[in-house]
Design a protein. Structure first.
Length: 267
């Protein structure tokens, strides 16, 4: 097994601070965003048929928890943001199935659970905040039972939106440098390359069963006219099942199953 590369403490603290500040915005608007609605439908479909214990890593304010409970899961929800967890507990307070849900601090790269503890793992919007995915994928594999499933969502680096936006940001940075202006610091994201992520999952003992791409947005339309962007996104949604999807969909969603026997690359 290759050596573990865990995100430095400073990176974790930066992510925690970011999501503490975003918690209220997520509560107010996240569930109504069309991009999230699309992801949620695909994720629930991919988890369909699974039962038992599920770990939701990066649960945020708990938007997915009622759905996971309604599917019959016993839910363990974790996040590194204390404020997100506070909001999740508020959401679940008084819920008729709250006794089947535990919420607490946790880190996908250092999971405080025994081997083979979960039947399913869900991580939506977590991987992109890690400099390296490998340790998180190994931890996911470790806590899954043989035959258990995991579903990940991550921004798609090779989508037209991310390629165009990254080119624009690079040109803007060059212009600032030429004019000797200081750029504002920003948190670095690490979007996935779908076929590279598939190989990393396989190396961790997680075999791909299905994948979809969604969120068909384009730069700079998304930034200039959000309503028009959402309308186009809805129109292009049927592309999710076509070979074009990994190049146009800004979000990649993949379902994997833990191998019954360790792969040669994961031992």
């Amino acid at each position: 097994m290759p050596p573990s590369t865990v995100a430095p403490a400073g990176v974790k603290a930066e992510v925690e601070s970011l999501f503490d500040s975003l918690a209220l915005e997520y509560v107010r608007s996240r569930e109504r965003q069309f991009s999230f609605v699309c992801q949620k439908r695909i994720v629930i479909d991919m988890l369909g048929g699974s039962r038992g214990r599920v770990l939701e890593a990066g649960c945020g304010p708990g938007i997915m928890l009622p759905d996971l409970l309604a599917m019959g899961f016993e839910v363990q929800a974790i996040d590194i943001s204390s404020e997100m967890l506070r909001r999740a507990r508020q959401l679940m307070h008084g819920h008729p199935l709250a006794a089947r849900c535990r919420i607490g601090l946790g880190d996908l790269e250092r999971l405080p659970f025994p081997d083979g503890f979960f039947d399913a793992v869900l991580a939506m919007g977590v991987l992109e905040y890690l400099p390296d995915y490998a340790q998180a994928l190994r931890e996911t594999s470790r806590v899954l039972k043989p035959g258990g499933v995991a579903v990940f969502t991550a921004p798609n680096r090779v989508s037209s939106y991310h390629l165009a936006r990254r080119a624009y940001v690079s040109l803007k940075r060059l212009a600032r440098t030429a004019l000797r202006r200081r750029s504002m610091p920003g948190m670095a994201h690490n979007p996935c390359v779908p076929w590279t992520l598939d190989r990393q999952l396989e190396a961790a003992g997680l075999s791909k069963e299905a994948s979809r791409a969604c969120n068909f947005i384009f730069f700079p339309l998304k930034e200039l006219h959000d309503r028009a962007s959402d309308a186009l996104n809805r129109t292009l949604l049927p592309l999710a099942a076509t070979p074009l999807a990994p190049f146009l969909g800004a979000q990649y969603i993949v379902k994997v199953r833990k191998n019954a026997w360790p792969s040669a690359s994961s031992v």
